[in-house]
Design a protein around this ligand. Sequence first.
Ligand code: PMT
Length: 398
Amino acid sequence: MAAEKKKVLLGVTGGIAAYKACEIVRGLQKAEVDVRVVMTENATKFVGPLTFEALTGHAVGVDEFGYPGDAIPHIHLAQDCDLFLIAPCTMNCAAKLACGLADDLLTSAALATTAPLLVAPAANTQMYTSPASLNNMATLSLRGVELVEADEGYLACGVEGRGRMAEPQRIVERALALLGVRGDMSGVSLMITAGPTIEPIDPVRYITNFSSGKTGYSLARAAARRGADVTIVSGPVAVDPPEGVTVVSVRTAREMRDAAAEVFPACDLAIFAAAVADLRPEDESDRKLKKGLDDAALSTIRLAENPDILSELGHAKREHQVVVGFAAETHDVVDNARKKLIAKNADMIIANEVGPEKAFGTEGNEIYMITAAGEEHLPYMLKSELADIVLDRVLDLR
Ligand code: PMT
């Protein structure tokens, strides 16, 4: 018999980040969580209740005295959830929660619930950092309310500072952790290589490529959310690591090979998303190269081949291990990727064509998943969306 779904009551209050609550709903639903939504009157000025009704398949509560078929919805909704999440939570709502004010459906339900309360505050920087707001959030925290601290960044009011609601994925990860949701990858140990490698020429210069790490980190984030035990072996990137993931930071291909070779034997799955430099300067100067080199020195950086990490570990894989590589191609994308599938002894190669809007550094990508059995094309979509589909297919290979 299928386990009963966990239930989250999502409270949405009136801030510009209200539209991001839709993404939170989707993220929770992907983890098989049943979501109901209550909104403040002000929140409906930013997103219509109909949007949440369509997403959740449940009536959305706004008016305490107008909830369909229920005379006391604040009690029933509050009692029928495993977690009450408020995102975004305005400073006005945080103040009401701190004082125990209950003057609408959302705050009445918050006062009535016995479920854990998770709050993702969002506001203009001055409002967020005002002594009153900080005091209210400290009160909530002391009372056991879980807070997902707002991010720093560009705010809708035109200023830079703290107050931007945390990214939906971060909020979803915290919610799932509090719910103790064990995803379909629980018990799976996954290694992912991500980002570029850098190959030094001298102490201040290096050869590298345009990989941002977004692909590897999106896969890691999705796998961690689904319960996998994830280690990223990562070249230098500016992407935040997902919560609960181990990151082994490396710089060069040889460092990445050593780190990956150490993690690999204990893995069930390994995905090689890194753009590893195939070549490195043979000799790394221990001094900064100066102007005025002679012609021979100016025209030559001797290169040496780096180890092929995927190929080495692909050929070393054991029966139960699934190995997935990537192929970044400028032409004959599928044919070249298929050759890599065989040469590197991988179970799947994910091919992507290098282009201005695809592959390196972009938010989205278009890919071909190639196995011995055939190939599947996925049209352009966000790397975060691709990640879940790739993981579904990789799990099918076990
Ligand atoms: O990080 P992003 O900005 O999101 O960009 C994503 C990406 C374009 C880097 C990613 O989608 C991708 O294609 N990664 C592989 C890039 C690459 O180096 O492709 P390749 O065809 O040269 O290598 C084939 C496979 O062998 C890859 O799995 C690579 O990780 C692996 N390899 C390659 C060389 C080497 N010395 N060691 C390796 O392990």
